[in-house]
Write a protein that binds this ligand. Sequence first.
Ligand SMILES: Cc1cc2nc3c(=O)[nH]c(=O)nc-3n(C[C@H](O)[C@H](O)[C@H](O)COP(=O)(O)OP(=O)(O)OC[C@H]3O[C@@H](n4cnc5c(N)ncnc54)[C@H](O)[C@@H]3O)c2cc1C
Ligand SMILES: *[C@@H]1O[C@H](CO)[C@@H](O)[C@H](O)[C@H]1NC(C)=O
Ligand SMILES: *[C@@H]1O[C@H](CO)[C@@H](O)[C@H](O)[C@H]1NC(C)=O
Ligand SMILES: *[C@@H]1O[C@H](CO)[C@@H](O)[C@H](O)[C@H]1NC(C)=O
Ligand SMILES: *[C@@H]1O[C@H](CO)[C@@H](O)[C@H](O)[C@H]1NC(C)=O
Ligand SMILES: *[C@@H]1O[C@H](CO)[C@@H](O)[C@H](O)[C@H]1NC(C)=O
Ligand SMILES: *[C@@H]1O[C@H](CO)[C@@H](O)[C@H](O)[C@H]1NC(C)=O
Ligand SMILES: *[C@@H]1O[C@H](CO)[C@@H](O)[C@H](O)[C@H]1NC(C)=O
Ligand SMILES: *[C@@H]1O[C@H](CO)[C@@H](O)[C@H](O)[C@H]1NC(C)=O
Length: 577
Amino acid sequence: MALRTSALLFFCLLLLLQDCFAKILKSLEDLEGSKYDFIVVGAGTAGSVLANRLSEVSEWKVLVVEAGVDDEGILDVEVPFLGTNLPDTEVDWNFTSTPQAELFNRSVPLSRGYVPGGSSSINLMTWNRASNDFWDSLARLTNDSAWSWDAVEQYNRKASRLVPPADGHDTTGEVDPSVHGNGPVQVSLPGFPTELDNRVVASAQALGGRFRYNKDFNAGDMLGFGYVQSSIGNGERSSSATAYLHPALNRSNLDLLINTRVTRIVDSSTDASRVMTTVELAQSEDGPRTQLTATKEVILSAGVFGTPQLLMLSGIGPKAQLEALNISMILDSSEVGAGLTDHPLLANYYEVNSNSTFDAVLRDEDILAADLKEWEEERQGIPEDDHCRRGDPSSGPTSGNLEFLFINGFAPFGSTPVPTNGSFMTVLAAVVSPKSRGSLTLASASVWDAPLIDLGLYTDDYDVAAMLDGVHALRTFLDADPWKGYLVGLYGDIADATTDDALAIYARNNSITVNHACCTARAGPGGVLDADLRVNWVNGLRVVDASIYPQIPEAHPQAPTYIVAERAADLIKAVYL
Ligand SMILES: Cc1cc2nc3c(=O)[nH]c(=O)nc-3n(C[C@H](O)[C@H](O)[C@H](O)COP(=O)(O)OP(=O)(O)OC[C@H]3O[C@@H](n4cnc5c(N)ncnc54)[C@H](O)[C@@H]3O)c2cc1C
Ligand SMILES: *[C@@H]1O[C@H](CO)[C@@H](O)[C@H](O)[C@H]1NC(C)=O
Ligand SMILES: *[C@@H]1O[C@H](CO)[C@@H](O)[C@H](O)[C@H]1NC(C)=O
Ligand SMILES: *[C@@H]1O[C@H](CO)[C@@H](O)[C@H](O)[C@H]1NC(C)=O
Ligand SMILES: *[C@@H]1O[C@H](CO)[C@@H](O)[C@H](O)[C@H]1NC(C)=O
Ligand SMILES: *[C@@H]1O[C@H](CO)[C@@H](O)[C@H](O)[C@H]1NC(C)=O
Ligand SMILES: *[C@@H]1O[C@H](CO)[C@@H](O)[C@H](O)[C@H]1NC(C)=O
Ligand SMILES: *[C@@H]1O[C@H](CO)[C@@H](O)[C@H](O)[C@H]1NC(C)=O
Ligand SMILES: *[C@@H]1O[C@H](CO)[C@@H](O)[C@H](O)[C@H]1NC(C)=O
């Protein structure tokens, strides 16, 4: 009797284990005999959305291939407060830029998630869907009205939903629930307000004008100051892994293969028709290669650095570069890797009269975000034409040029050493409509070598000038009454930079980026992709990730990328269903 019970138990346990593990493949041999309709390259922010939405169709079989490590049990990925620990750990690709000529040849660190959920599993979780002008501009640049603000509204609602903040406080007046949807990513306001929150909001209300209070940055108009919304629910990070990928892994038609890189996409046509539906896979640099063909499409969601790298390794890219590396050319496309753009970021440090910053406790971040439209006052009364001639590079008047993030403590984002005593406020200023462009090129013909990432930071003088305007606008903001008696003064190298020339040197010496790189495989006329994100002149290959933007969103780009992926899933369904 006892024997039978334990045999039964053993059997149940085995069933459970199989159910869990059969879906997460860890070895190329696990693929044996499998056929897939779609192969998604990268289980990142966009790739996980596609894995979920495409596997909703039970007659389709979907494989998503992820280079990175298993996310199970990685505490720092789950706990929002520990998010800043993630760069340079096992879940990061640890990229760095090439030496930046306009930053005194400094290289800047560039993180990217190396784990299911991709960068949504390691980012700082700020949730902005970008302004209505950004989306309407995307519609113009792709020549397709289906990308307009109004047209993508359904996908915004499909991707995320508003949930209560961690401390459960009444959020009336801090957010507009009517502009939020009912999708799987959980979005919330900060819990446990800090002493900065009230000062920022009170200053915005007192100053008005370009510093006015904005109840919800996700309502279309991004100008003003207000509360940051984050992809956090129940006190935990809500990523595309937790919201989209894991909940779909119990479907028998979805497989996730981890610890595996796609090394290139192979042209399987025997004529000139360029059918790019075969991926080559490997688990190590010297390991065996396996080829696998999708019966319908391969979707590249390898991110802003991985996607252009893979296109070039597959023979789609600038001819001279491919020739120099002996990569046989399939399509000469100078646009692959061009257009790389990121948001430069500069730390402003203030010593403050307080005992409740995080400095004493833990040098970590609690961020209250605020977006500020630069030069709005100067614009008043300036005819449209004049303002266009001045060269505002943003998508339009509801997009910002500058952004400030307030941190209740010293955040080490530059060359100023972390002080060992005292209390601080850090205000990160970012230029969200930069004019500078960089490019991504190959370092070698192997996916195991990081590509050369030249961000081109500050190569356009507009960006340094905009950053300085940001520093000055911040000082005007901090002159408001609510800061009196609280701010002691500027701290660190920035305190010694008393002229604009010195401030420009400080900016070049200390700027990094917000890790918002994008635009390396742009969609639209003249770009790499058509408006439906298919690679031009090639069959069976689509790109869906932050590479596709023709112009950088004047916002934190994760929410737009979820929206792009949601729409892409419908585009694919419309073709094959
Ligand atoms: C540190 C940090 C902080 C950020 N903070 C914010 C923020 O607060 N708010 C915000 O909106 N945005 C933020 N961002 C940016 C945002 O997270 C990214 O823009 C967005 O997640 C990009 O999504 P993606 O789908 O393009 O790429 P990713 O999410 O990076 O996905 C790409 C995936 O492809 C995989 N991959 C790459 N190459 C291969 C290959 N050859 N084979 C197989 N798999 C491959 C990668 O491992 C990865 O999982 C931050 C980014 C970082 C890194
Ligand atoms: C990034 O660096 C960490 C720490 O050194 C390491 O564990 C990890 O494997 C690196 N990532 C990659 C993709 O090599
Ligand atoms: C940056 O590097 C280039 C090329 O090596 C060199 O010519 C230039 O002088 C360097 N600039 C600075 C400020 O060091
Ligand atoms: C934009 O779309 C219209 C209508 O589909 C088309 O006639 C036109 O040629 C397109 N323009 C470009 C530059 O592709
Ligand atoms: C998978 O799990 C979800 C709940 O997490 C459930 O709603 C769904 O029905 C399950 N699907 C299958 C195929 O078992
Ligand atoms: C390319 O091929 C040529 C001729 O086979 C060889 O001389 C050259 O070293 C190769 N270059 C690279 C980068 O592999
Ligand atoms: C901080 O604590 C010190 C020592 O207890 C006290 O003297 C000081 O007044 C406090 N400052 C503030 C702003 O509360
Ligand atoms: C830190 O302490 C040193 C001496 O102990 C003092 O000179 C300095 O002003 C203090 N700094 C701050 C920011 O309080
Ligand atoms: C630039 O940064 C270095 C430390 O990285 C510092 O020694 C130097 O004084 C700084 N120069 C300026 C002009 O800020």
